[in-house]
Write a protein that binds this ligand. Structure first.
Ligand code: PLP
Length: 424
């Protein structure tokens, strides 16, 4: 892990220094199973901490509001060109500050206030930014929902999706999720969208890296118009968002206008530089191998949960994440599971399951995934062992001796698989 000694912070600001080295140590000695987290390379960290943070660059390469843009233009062009290669896109906007603002910009680019989006039900895996009642965007646009047909297989109810589309005439049909473990049938989404004249957008925030590596299907191969995404989850880049457009120039223009000046001011150019570095890494054969291993590790964990009789939503996984109904199968709530696993050095999050019988704050499920542990170099053997340790911990949540032994084993696994500095 980091060779950075933070000498200036150490001398100048001890409080902040202590928090940074504390976080470094936390990441070093624990297993990260939150499926939206990852560890970036030192090269990405360097770019993210570079002098580009000093520079205002409102506008786009070649069309900026301020002077002094020869290097910001260069770095943004590199990022755009690499993004287009990664996703087989003709246009990319690399300026969104994160996934949520990327989605907001996309909505404003493609719709007028009051227009309708047909998206995945939130308790079936959709994301807050897909119109949760508490979000600002919910006050501007109208959100209607499709669901899974069967939570045991994860199959989307495409017939219901079509009925909803015919009834509500959405401007956008949105495919994408943050808590769903199956591949989507993009062709079916596209067919329905064509029938009602809607744009097709895939919010691939979670699976960005898996699509870039060709391990999961690319929605553009099925004619989707737009993808929104994050760069910090499975893609293993800096925190940030991005919007890519398959081929339509008019859509690309609308997206650019909606990001700036519609939604944001100056882009965070240090993040753009770090995105460029991460995209460069993602274009390598090593990244493809990594992404393949992410899915293999998730499959290995699936096998253990099935063998032990713990119910998995969607019946298993095609991607990097799993959702387990631990309350239904082990009698421990999602919150209790999150807390007791934290005690042994395994970090994941509680999660609602489809048609949740409990509450959002203390739901039945846990969600976990393999992007970060795979970055450490762990393979199926370690994934299998970790899944066994998770179940043992949840089944023995009050057994202090057992938890102590599991914590020691987790720690020694972390020592055997330190977080690497480089991946290529
Ligand atoms: C993570 C996520 C987002 C939001 O990304 P932030 O960077 O946290 O704003 C949007 N959509 C989906 C599907 C996500 O998983």
């Amino acid at each position: 892990m980091s060779k950075n000694e933070y000498n200036y912070i150490k001398k100048q600001d001890e409080e902040v220094y202590n928090a940074i080295v504390g976080e470094e140590e936390r990441e070093r000695v624990g297993i990260e199973l939150i499926p939206s987290e990852n560890y970036v390379s030192q090269a990405v960290l360097e770019a993210n901490g570079s002098v580009f943070t000093n520079k205002y660059a409102e506008g786009y390469p070649g069309r900026r509001y301020y002077g002094g843009q020869e290097f910001t233009d260069e770095i943004e062009r590199i990022a755009i060109e690499r993004a287009c290669r990664l996703f087989k896109a003709k246009y990319a906007n690399v300026q969104p500050l994160s996934g949520a603002p990327a989605n907001v910009a996309m909505y404003f680019a493609l719709m007028e206030p009051g227009d309708t989006v047909l998206g995945m039900d939130l308790s079936h895996g959709g994301h807050l930014t897909h119109g949760h009642p508490t979000t600002a965007i919910n006050k501007v646009f109208n959100f209607v929902r499709y669901k899974m047909k069967d939570a045991e297989t994860g199959e989307i109810d495409y017939e219901h999706l079509r009925q909803m589309a015919l009834e509500h005439k959405p401007k956008i049909i949105l495919a994408g999720f943050s808590a769903y473990s199956r591949e989507l049938d993009y062709a079916k989404f596209k067919a329905v969208a064509d029938e009602v004249g809607a744009y097709t957008v895939a919010d691939v925030a979670h699976i960005t890296g898996l699509i870039a590596a060709g391990v999961l299907k690319n929605p553009f191969d099925y004619g989707f118009d737009v993808m929104t995404m994050t760069t910090h989850k499975s893609l293993r880049g800096p925190r940030g968002g991005m919007i890519v457009v398959r081929e339509d120039k008019e859509i690309a223009k609308k997206i650019n206008k909606a990001v700036f000046p519609g939604m944001q001011g100056g882009p965070h150019m240090a993040s753009v530089a770090a995105k460029a570095v991460a995209f460069g890494e993602a274009l390598t054969p090593e990244f493809k191998e990594y992404a393949e291993q992410v899915v293999k590790n998730a499959k290995a964990m699936e096998e253990v949960f099935k063998r032990e009789g713990v119910r998995l939503l969607c019946g298993g996984t095609d991607n990097h994440l799993l959702l387990a109904d631990v309350f239904g199968s082990i009698g421990i709530t999602g919150q209790e599971a999150e807390t007791v696993l934290d005690e042994v050095g395994i970090t994941l999050n509680k999660n609602m399951i489809a048609d949740e019988p409990r509450t959002a704050l203390d739901p039945s499920g846990i969600r976990f995934g393999t992007p970060a542990m795979t970055t450490r170099g762990m393979k199926e053997t370690e994934a299998t062992r970790l899944a066994e340790l998770m179940i043992e911990t949840m089944r023995n949540k009050d057994d202090a001796d057992k938890k102590e032994a599991i914590k020691a084993e987790v720690r020694s696994m972390c020592e055997a698989f330190p977080i690497p500095d480089t991946f290529i």
